[in-house]
Design a protein around this ligand. Sequence first.
Ligand code: 5CA
Ligand code: ZN
Length: 409
Amino acid sequence: MHAWPASEVPALPGQGRDLRIHDTATGGLVTLDPGPVARLYVCGITPYDATHMGHAATYNAFDLVQRVWLDTKRQVQYVQNVTDVDDPLLERAERDGVDWVALAEKETALFREDMTALRMLPPHHYIGAVEAIPGIVPLVERLRDAGAAYDLDGDIYFSVESDPNFGQVSNLDAAAMRLLSAERGGDPDRPGKKNPLDPMLWMAAREGEPSWDGGSLGRGRPGWHIECVAIALDHLGMTFDIQGGGSDLAFPHHEMGASHAQVLTGEFPMAKAYVHAGMVALHGEKMSKSKGNLVFVSQLRRDDVDPAAIRLSLLAHHYRADWEWTDQVLADAVARVGRWRAAVSRPDGPPAEALVEEIREALSHDLDAPAALAAVDRWAALQEERGGTDISAPGVVSRAVDALLGVAL
Ligand code: 5CA
Ligand code: ZN
């Protein structure tokens, strides 16, 4: 499917810095050395409701990753999926009496608009689960033929025991895995499974549900984890630089994906770093479509909130932190964008070369956006208090904030 238009990323003077980033699998910071083309896979939305601030925060983190890489003069190969067929989407369509295809198309279109407004760089390959089915089927067949998958009443399950490295992405104990599996789309209590954690690779056609030709698998639809593996391997190949998503994807989604890929290719890990963004809450609970405690990007846009302020609300929090959305967060961001715009609208100002380096340093160190914002705040405060005589400074600051933080002043 098509993605959304890219906003231009200005080139900056000087030298960008290599990204050091927290890897969930090893539990520490890794310095990535991606070569001339950095490869990024970020898990996309399940399009049954509008983009909320939690989604936006997660995509903001991976937008920063790209901006750091682009600043080092690398190219980025960025792939994102859309889970455009899955239980939650079908359930919502059924509940609301709408066609599931129309619902997915409508919410994906809104997501594109939201991402464009927030100046998130688009993926080079934006791939729906449905369009990936012809690539998924042979992978499931290969897993089955290798003895890593089994049939349960027509459904095909992956056997986690076929992967010697299973558990090395999320590093959780068996009890925690079981609990999360039940919460996040798994079916640990289904009788007949070899291991309660085994995830479905291919679900046999159900009455009244959409299904596709699965060759030797029979008619059905794909499981969730194999969807992302098929898309990632097809467009990035094995051992790409970062697999990203919110922290709720570490288990089971990224753990299972790594396992599928390990058995399919004999290689580990699938990604050099597994990067997970914290969860955004509203009224003390994780924002989630299933709970309905949501603040939508599109609603804020309809209320004429400046997208630059929405973006600064996200950037004010470290991507790995769990944080709470409040009206104050937005009010602070609106005030900040006002101060920054006033500061760059003057004909001259305090020198800005050091500021560019501070932003680079902050972002290259595990995407420390709050530290980058604090550095811009200091420059803007100096501008307000004492001004300066450097006629290039306001332009340099505007371009740096645009290129590295995705904020148009
Ligand atoms: N389609 C799958 C991934 S393949 C999926 O998880 N879709 S989603 O629509 O539920 O979530 C999209 C992304 O937003 C995921 O990376 C998820 O981790 C992230 N996300 C969801 N809720 C929040 C939240 N409250 N705070 C931060 N990130 C969130
Ligand atoms: Zn995914």
